[in-house]
Design a protein around this ligand. Structure first.
Ligand code: GRF
Length: 202
C-alpha cells in the first residue's frame, strides 16, 4: 500500500508512522510533502531515506493552483492512501474528491467535538472530563468526515494545557499508525454509510 504523507511542522506523527514500518506492515511511505521548508518533518523523512517534496503555498496565486501542484506531485507516487499529519492548509473540494476514500487526517479532539484549532484549551475551559484525538476520513466538511479510531483520555486533576497537549500527542502516535496499518491491510475503508472496519460500521 503506497502512502504519501503531508506535513507542515514537527512531524512527530510522521515519525510514529515511519517507526511503524516493518515487514509485517503493508503500508509503505513513498514520499513526504511539506508546504513549509522549515518543517522538521522533512528532516525526519530524509533521515529515513524517504523522498521529500516542498510545495510552498505562497508560490501559488490561489488554493486551486496550490492544490493542483500538490496533486501532481502526490500522484507521481501512485498513492493508495494520502495521510495528513499536521498539514495546516485547508484543502479544496476538488482535492478532497480526487482522494475520496483514501485520505486520512488526525485531529486532536474527540470529534465531533472541537473541530478547528485550539482544541486542548477549549476542552479544558469547558471542564471536560474526557478528551482525546481522532483519525478520520477527510470529506469536504472540515474535520467532519467519518471517524476511524479515537483515543480517549481522562482529564486529570490539575491538568495543564501543556500536560494535556503532550498526553494527546502521545495517543496520536499510537492510533495513527494503527489506522494506517488497518487501511493498508484492507480492513479499514470508507463506504457509502461511513467508515467500516472488517466489514462492520464504526
Ligand atoms: C497534531 O496535534 C495533529 O493532531 C494536528 O497537528 C499536530 C501535528 O503534530 N493535526 P506533528 O507535526 O505530527 O508533531
Amino acid at each position: 500500500c503506497n502512502v504519501v504523507v503531508l506535513i507542515s511542522g514537527s512531524g512527530s506523527n510522521l515519525q510514529a508512522l515511519l517507526d511503524s514500518q516493518d515487514e509485517k506492515n503493508a503500508a509503505r511511505i513513498r514520499a513526504v510533502v511539506s508546504n513549509r521548508e522549515e518543517a522538521f518533518g522533512l528532516q525526519r523523512a530524509q533521515a529515513a531515506g524517504i523522498a521529500t517534496h516542498l510545495v510552498r503555498h505562497k508560490d501559488f496565486a490561489d488554493r486551486e493552483a496550490f492544490d493542483a501542484a500538490l496533486m501532481a506531485i502526490i500522484d507521481k507516487h501512485q498513492p493508495d492512501l494520502v495521510v495528513l499529519a499536521g498539514f495546516m492548509r485547508i484543502l479544496t473540494p476538488g482535492f478532497v474528491r480526487h482522494y475520496q476514500g483514501r485520505l486520512l487526517n488526525i485531529h486532536p479532539s474527540l470529534l465531533p467535538k472541537y473541530k478547528g484549532l485550539d482544541t486542548h484549551r477549549r476542552a479544558l475551559e469547558a471542564g471536560d472530563t474526557e478528551h482525546g484525538c481522532s483519525v478520520h476520513f477527510v470529506t469536504e466538511e472540515l474535520d467532519g468526515g467519518p471517524v476511524a479510531i479515537q483515543a480517549y483520555l481522562s482529564v486529570q486533576p490539575g491538568e495543564t494545557l501543556e500536560s494535556l497537549t503532550s498526553r494527546v500527542h502521545a495517543a496520536e502516535h499510537i492510533i495513527y499508525p494503527l489506522a494506517v496499518r488497518w487501511f493498508a491491510e484492507g480492513r479499514l475503508r470508507l463506504a457509502e454509510q461511513g467508515a467500516m472496519l472488517d466489514g462492520n460500521p464504526l
